[in-house]
Design a protein around this ligand. Structure first.
Ligand SMILES: [Zn+2]
Ligand SMILES: [Zn+2]
Ligand SMILES: [Zn+2]
Length: 89
């Protein structure tokens, strides 16, 4: 593992894929999103920081779930909030 990854990223062995290609929080409130991220702790898919509601980041802060993976086709990366670590795979 390269140095820039963290204990959370290093311990991932099976990536959680998005169950639905939509932000589960935006769907409830009729919001719109730009890109989608999937929480690697609970498997929930939520919207990115370019989206008005930033649900992925809000969820990570509120739940202390550290890792997200991009849920966008063609994007293959993980991000850890507490360590600010990023890894492409
Ligand atoms: Zn980490
Ligand atoms: Zn959202
Ligand atoms: Zn989560």
């Amino acid at each position: 593992m390269p140095d820039e990854t963290c204990v959370h990223i290093s311990s991932v062995n099976a990536l959680k894929q998005p169950k639905r290609r939509e932000c589960e929080e935006c769907v409830k409130i009729g919001g719109e999103w730009v890109h989608l991220r999937t929480c690697q702790e609970c498997g929930g898919t939520r919207c990115c920081d370019s989206s008005p509601n930033k649900h992925a980041t809000k969820h990570a802060r509120a739940s202390k779930h550290p890792l997200i993976a991009s849920a966008e086709p063609g994007e293959r990366w993980l991000y850890c909030y507490p360590d600010d670590a990023f890894m492409e795979y």
